[in-house]
Ligand binder design. Structure first.
Ligand code: PBG
Length: 329
C-alpha cells in the first residue's frame, strides 16, 4: 500500500516572524496611484464631496496642491488626475483648452512639486461633452474617428502643460495610435501612455460618474467599453493597445476582473496597472460604516489580491488609507 507522508506546510506558519520571511506578495505605497478630482471655479478653500465616495473630494487647484503634499509625505509616487470643467459643449472644448482645469492644474502641480510626483492625466471627453459620452456625436452616433482626433488634441494640450503620462480612457479604436503619433509629431516623444486597455462596461463606475459629473445623458457606454462576458475580446483590446504603442496596459475594474489581470500579465508581460474603481471603494466603505466588515483588513486583502493576480501598480481610492494604516506614515 502506498504511504502518503504528511506534508507539514504549517511548519512555516508557526510564528509571526517565520510568516514574515515567508511572505510572497507585499503591497507597498510605491505600488499605488491616487486619483484626484479637480473642479474648475471652486474658491481656493472650497471642496465638494459625495456621499457615495467618502473621504474623496472635488478639490480646488490650491487644495489639490496641498493634497499632493500629503500624498508625497506617505511615499505614494503618482496621482491620476481627473478634471471637472466649468463648461461643457458638443465637442468637449474645455478638455483641450489651454486654460482648462486639467491644463491649469498640471502647470500648478509642476510648479510646486516639480518631478516629485508622477502626473498621470486622464484623456477622455465624458466630463466635457453635453452628451456625457466619451466620444463626439455625429449623425446620432459616437463617431470613432472624429473622437480620436479630439482625444489627440487633449493629450497634446496636457503634454504642453507638463504631464508625465497620458491615460486615454475613452475606449475609442485607434486612440493609442493617434495619441502616440500626435505626441511624437508635437515633440513629446518622452510623454508616456497608460491606456485604459480593457475597460469594461461596468456598474462599478456609478460613484465616479457622480463625483466627476460625467454620466451619459442618454444610452450607455456598451458600444465602446468591453463586455464583462467577453474575456477573449478583452485580451484583443490589450493586444491592440500594445501594437499601437502603449507603454502601460490597464485592466479596469480590478476586483471582479482578477482573471483578466492575471491573463494579461501572463500573455503580454507588459507593465500592468489595475484600476480598483469607485464602486469597489463604495462597497467596502458602505459595509465598513455599518460595522459589517473590518475595513483595514479587507483593504489589505483586496490590494494584495490585485497585486497577486499580476498588477504592477494599482490605482485606488484607498491609496492614502493603506499607506497611513500599514506604514505608520
Ligand atoms: C470615464 C471614466 C470612468 C471611470 C474613469 N474614467 C467612468 C465611465 O467610464 O463611465 C470610472 C472610474 C471609477 O469608477 O473609479 N472616462
Amino acid at each position: 500500500m502506498a504511504v502518503f507522508p504528511i506534508k507539514r506546510l504549517r511548519r512555516l506558519r508557526e510564528t509571526e516572524k517565520i510568516r514574515e520571511i515567508m511572505q510572497e506578495i507585499t503591497v507597498v505605497p510605491k505600488d499605488l496611484i491616487h486619483p484626484i478630482f479637480v473642479q474648475d471655479n471652486l474658491k481656493s478653500n472650497d471642496e465638494e464631496s459625495m456621499i457615495s465616495m467618502p473621504d474623496i473630494k472635488r478639490l480646488s487647484i490650491p487644495n489639490a496642491i496641498k493634497e499632493i503634499d500629503e500624498i508625497r509625505n506617505i511615499h505614494i509616487p503618482a496621482i491620476m488626475l481627473f478634471g471637472i470643467p466649468s463648461y461643457k459643449d458638443e465637442i468637449g472644448t474645455s478638455a483641450f483648452d489651454q486654460n482648462g482645469i486639467i491644463q491649469k492644474t498640471i502647470k500648478e502641480i509642476k510648479k510646486y512639486h516639480d518631478n516629485k510626483i508622477v502626473i498621470v492625466s486622464d484623456v477622455c471627453l465624458c466630463q466635457y461633452t453635453n452628451s456625457g459620452h466619451c466620444g463626439i456625436i455625429n449623425n446620432n452616433k459616437i463617431d470613432n474617428d472624429i473622437s480620436i482626433k479630439t482625444l489627440t488634441k487633449i493629450a497634446i494640450s496636457q503634454a504642453e502643460s507638463g504631464t508625465d503620462i497620458v491615460s486615454p480612457s475613452a475606449m475609442m479604436d485607434g486612440q493609442v495610435s493617434a495619441i502616440r503619433q500626435g505626441l511624437d509629431d508635437a515633440g513629446f516623444s518622452h510623454v508616456g501612455i497608460m491606456s485604459h486597455s480593457a475597460k469594461h462596461s461596468s456598474s462599478f463606475y456609478s460613484p465616479f460618474r457622480d463625483i466627476a459629473k460625467c454620466a451619459p445623458k442618454f444610452g450607455d457606454r456598451k458600444s465602446y467599453q468591453v463586455s464583462f462576458t467577453n474575456p477573449n475580446e478583452s485580451m484583443r483590446e490589450v493586444e491592440a493597445d500594445i501594437n499601437e504603442g502603449t507603454d502601460i496596459i490597464m485592466i479596469k475594474p480590478a476586483l471582479s476582473y482578477l482573471d483578466l489581470i492575471h491573463k494579461a500579465k501572463e500573455v503580454f508581460n507588459m507593465p500592468l496597472a489595475a484600476y480598483s474603481v469607485s464602486g469597489e471603494y463604495a462597497l467596502v466603505k458602505g459595509a465598513a460604516k455599518q460595522g459589517w466588515i473590518i475595513e483595514k483588513e479587507i483593504v489589505n486583502e483586496i490590494l494584495h489580491s490585485i497585486k497577486r493576480a499580476g498588477a504592477d501598480m494599482i490605482i485606488t481610492y484607498f491609496a492614502k488609507y493603506f499607506a497611513k494604516n500599514f506604514y505608520n506614515l
